[in-house]
Design a protein around this ligand. Sequence first.
Ligand code: NAP
Length: 281
Amino acid sequence: MQYITLNTGAEMPILGFGVYQIPNDQTQPAVEAALEVGYRSIDTAAVYRNEVGVGRAIASSGISRDELFITTKLWRQARGEDNTLRACEASLDRLGLEYVDLYLIHQPFGDVYAQWRAMERLYREGRVRAIGVSNFHSDRLVDLILNNEVVPAVNQIELNPFHQQVAASDLMRSEGVQVESWGPFAEGRNDLFNNPLLAAIGRTHGKSIAQVVLRWLIQRDVVAIPKSVTPARIAENFEVFDFELSPEELAQISSLDQGVTQFFDHRDPKVVRRISAIRSE
Ligand code: NAP
């Protein structure tokens, strides 16, 4: 495994396992399969409603806590400082953990500044080892940094071959914020798993399209957290440390960038309303 160093000094695996859209009862076997293969970083969220399944898999694995890197996320309904502290305790309870390694504000909506002050407190008190954000566009990220004390350790954003986020990533690096990709495969949108260029590069290395995409992210120093409920794919997605893409191949993949989201734009008022209506409990 390769690690990146966060601005807290903590080491984070560059490859983790995401559990979005995995029902709670299927989460335990999926995470157990991932831990068995060697993943040590798991990405969940209160709103995924599967923290219990993640916690059970961690408990049954017998892996020592300090070998794991667990991320969960605060859902936006937890407005204000007190609600944020309560939401964190509820997540820790569901996970059965004393602390998480990374706690993220899931969406750039609601009373973000009150949430962040509470996150800073949780960080100082050691309930969470690092704090960060998700889905923050560059302007929101810089404003958060300018008006608070703790710089986010991570910004988890949509980042895949069709939405490469080059300018946003450069900005994050200049601010000391680690770039983390969600949806590394764009959930298969735009026919990613049949893309001819990615397939051709894969053939050169005897690797699948999924492996090429993950390798591309790793070589860009982007943390990736692919999701799968399929044991063979969970294993396949972990086998990305035994080959290297050439500068020419990286340049070819750059040409796939469409510069637009494959999902939704967090600056679209309709999206703000839709996401804000979702409840985590
Ligand atoms: P993703 O990882 O881009 O794609 C997952 C899809 O790809 C699933 O349908 C999976 O199928 C399939 N797949 C996985 N490996 C494959 C392989 N080797 N070959 C073929 N198909 C494969 O999508 P995602 O789940 O949206 O993103 C990953 C993680 O990012 C999430 O689980 C979550 O932790 C995080 N995330 C965060 C946010 C946020 O707002 N912060 C948003 C979305 C996601 P099967 O499962 O059927 O195998």
